[in-house]
Design a binder for this molecule. Structure first.
Ligand SMILES: O=C(O)CCC(=O)C(=O)O
Ligand SMILES: [Mn+2]
Length: 206
């Protein structure tokens, strides 16, 4: 990994490789995943009301692993061969082992993900997460959990084929989100590769 792409957060380490996949490779993965993944519309209960999650999702993991958030366990699929291929490439590139992936399909700019950290107990004390983006570029936001008043959030553009690596300290000290993008009519797929360590369930994002 080229050290020039590393951002030293205070605290935390994160890097972005904008050209992890070539454009033809990214096109191919996008088309296959869009058409072949069993995308699910989930819902969560927030303050006693059922709310539809504003994006579609799928979860794949090694046998026997479970993952859940807001009290709901996502159904676990076996690895799609193309997703397994990506996991192998990303493991080789990052030197991190992953045994699960959460896939999100943002159908257009109305789909989004709220502020959260990927710090569920089953991901261990210091989760390292690799996030691959395909399709239309969207803005990814980061903000410190302990921030001073008026402190600005960081923004990164996640382009087609880009790999973002959230390393040590990022989940512990920062939150991230994928805000709505008005006037964006096209779809984006994101895959977050994770390492599940225990079988417990807990998380709180929507
Ligand atoms: O879509 C993205 O870039 C972010 C996805 C994410 O944060 C997650 O799946 O936990
Ligand atoms: Mn996340």
């Amino acid at each position: 990994m080229n050290a020039d792409n590393t951002l030293c957060l205070n605290p935390g380490t994160l890097w972005l490789d904008d050209t992890f996949l070539s454009q033809p490779e990214a096109n191919d993965y996008f088309e296959v995943l869009l058409n072949e993944i069993d995308w699910q519309q989930g819902s969560i209960i927030l303050f006693g009301k059922t709310r539809v999650i504003p994006r579609l999702q799928a979860f794949m993991a090694d046998p026997g692993l479970r993952y859940s958030y807001s009290g709901k366990t996502l159904s676990t699929n076996t690895w799609h061969p193309k997703v397994q291929e990506l996991a192998n490439r990303i493991e080789q590139y990052t030197g991190t082992r992953f045994n699960a992936v959460l896939l999100n399909l943002y159908r257009d700019g109305n789909d989004s993900m709220g502020w959260h950290s990927d710090d569920e107990p089953e991901l261990g004390d210091d989760p390292h997460i690799a996030s691959l983006s395909l399709g239309t570029a969207r803005t990814f936001m980061l903000r410190r959990k302990k921030r001073s008043k008026g402190e600005r959030s960081l923004q990164l553009d996640l382009n087609h084929g880009a790999l973002l690596y959230m390393g040590s300290g990022v989940q512990q000290h920062w939150q991230h989100s994928l805000p709505k993008a008005s006037h964006c009519p096209r779809a984006r797929i994101n895959l977050t590769f994770r390492q599940i360590i225990t079988g417990s369930d807990k998380s709180d994002y929507n």
